[in-house]
Design a protein around this ligand. Structure first.
Ligand SMILES: Cc1cc2nc3c(=O)[nH]c(=O)nc-3n(C[C@H](O)[C@H](O)[C@H](O)COP(=O)(O)OP(=O)(O)OC[C@H]3O[C@@H](n4cnc5c(N)ncnc54)[C@H](O)[C@@H]3O)c2cc1C
Length: 272
């Protein structure tokens, strides 16, 4: 099916982008890699009146160390993240998650900012949430930082009024990501990321309406094969509302969550 008619804006540089941000509009969608948005538009699940194509804005395409934090511009492609030596050192789970998205054609276009807006199965969001990442968001006349966890919990299919301009990733050298799916290029049935060290974290995709993380104080130490961790995660899984699909029932997703978590913890321990 063809998408419904829409207006396309293509800002050249930050000044033109800021002029668009100054006029927030609920019917405007950001077009980044288009790998989720255009599919929804072709299926007429979405019919935005206006698209703003940010895919050519060089100002949003960078990977930059800032002290202990790696700042990543929102339109950085997933193929770039997967291959970048600094990303692989700083947060191996992030590189692994980017490498696990779709196939090479998708990764060559899909962006990190776009992935954060694509719901409960967003693999890169899983790795970033486990690492305790923040996002930098631009709105009308202002820019501010927000915890990724808060953004994901409030997000559906793109936050039209606001634009993610960057993602700030704390150092997570002992981190791992595991995706369990039917075929390599399929979205995960369950995906998990673990970060070990002074700021431990676990996060999951495929088990709820958005990417989720158990509260840190509900978790015992993240150790491979830990019975205490398994028990805590069984309780956490019971509080979730996983999708029920022909390939994987909600009960199955709940059941394998602790198993995939253990694999992610082992991957993180291996990276350490
Ligand atoms: C065949 C196929 C397989 C896929 N497999 C996977 C998979 O295995 N794992 C996975 O995680 N995903 C998968 N996806 C989904 C998708 O490709 C990714 O989530 C991708 O990262 C989306 O990024 P994008 O740049 O293409 O976003 P777009 O499609 O351009 O945008 C998606 C949404 O995010 C909003 N948005 C984009 N950028 C910003 C921004 N900077 N600030 C605010 N809002 C923004 C858009 O307005 C839109 O609502 C798959 C898609 C397809 C078609």
């Amino acid at each position: 099916m063809r998408p419904a008619e829409f207006e396309l804006l293509r800002p050249h540089g930050r000044a033109e982008l800021d002029a668009i941000l100054a006029r927030p509009d609920a019917d405007t969608y950001w077009l980044a890699g288009g790998q989720a948005l255009l599919k929804d538009m072709r299926q007429r699940l979405l019919s935005p009146k206006r698209l703003v194509d940010i895919s050519g804005l060089a100002e949003l395409d960078y990977i930059r160390a800032q002290g202990d934090v790696l700042e990543i511009g929102a339109i950085t492609r997933l193929a770039t993240l997967a291959a970048d030596a600094a990303v692989r050192r700083h947060c191996p789970a992030l590189a692994a998650a980017a490498a696990a998205v779709g196939d090479v054609q998708i990764r060559n276009r899909a962006t990190v900012g776009g992935n954060l807006c694509t719901g409960g199965g967003a693999d890169v969001a899983v790795a970033l949430l486990a690492a305790g990442a923040e996002i930098v968001v631009a709105g009308a006349g202002q820019q501010h930082r927000r915890q990724l966890a808060d953004f994901l919990a409030g997000e559906t299919a793109g936050n039209r009024g606001e634009l993610i301009v960057a993602i700030r990733v704390p150092a997570a050298p002992a981190s791992g990501f595991v995706k369990f799916s039917r075929r390599a290029a399929d979205p995960g049935i369950v995906s998990a990321a673990a970060t070990l060290g002074t700021r431990p974290g676990l996060a999951f995709g495929g088990v709820h309406g958005h990417v989720v993380a158990p509260p840190a104080d509900a978790l015992p130490a993240l150790e491979p094969g830990s019975a205490a961790l398994r028990t805590a995660l069984e309780a956490f899984a019971g509080e979730l509302d996983p999708p029920d699909t022909p390939h994987a029932s909600a009960a199955y997703r709940r059941r394998i969550l602790p198993v995939i978590a253990d694999r992610a913890v082992r991957a993180a321990a291996g990276a350490a």
